[in-house]
Design a protein. Sequence first.
Length: 214
Amino acid sequence: MKILVIPVTPFAQNCSLIWDPATMKGALVDPGGDANKLYSAVTANNVTIDKVILTHGHLDHVGATIEVAKHYDVPVIGPHIGDKFWLDALQQQSQMFGFPPTQPFSPDQWLTGQDTIALGNLTLEVLHCPGHTPGHVALVERQSNTVIVGDIIFAGSIGRTDFPQGNHQQLIDSIREKLFTLPEQMTVYPGHGPTTTIGHERATNPFVADAKFG
């Protein structure tokens, strides 16, 4: 799998353009805003967008979803239905964060932790990882040894849990019981900031490192 990180919105949210180099079919993961910037990246890389995928329902991750999905005439996949209340409240989120007005929507498919998503010849495995939000998912692609994690974990940090229906213990459990069972060399693409690896976070992350629980 090829992946290009495109920071969008004033929150510098990492939208990921991902694609199968064999078929050039791709997806935009978490198109939070700046749609024209995303279109330019897609065109520059000759990718055929097949779907939009959402890790969770926060505005900086979903703000351009409907615009992008209509532009490419593709379905919206995810997140887990636990985040329906966030998508239903997009107008309030827009006011809260000072973003342009965003209308509520529902995806074409909600995800569960047992789902897989086909993208060309690639298979994305879905992990339901609640805590930052109740419906947050991560996307694992084994061939490239990659996981896209949204706001579950960052390089040296973890997602906030002080938003409605956030749960700190649930987030810790999701990271340690789901993400930390992935290969140590797997590259982690967070929703903000630089990439990292599973092994590096297990060894050094002050919130969830193995030593903290050893």
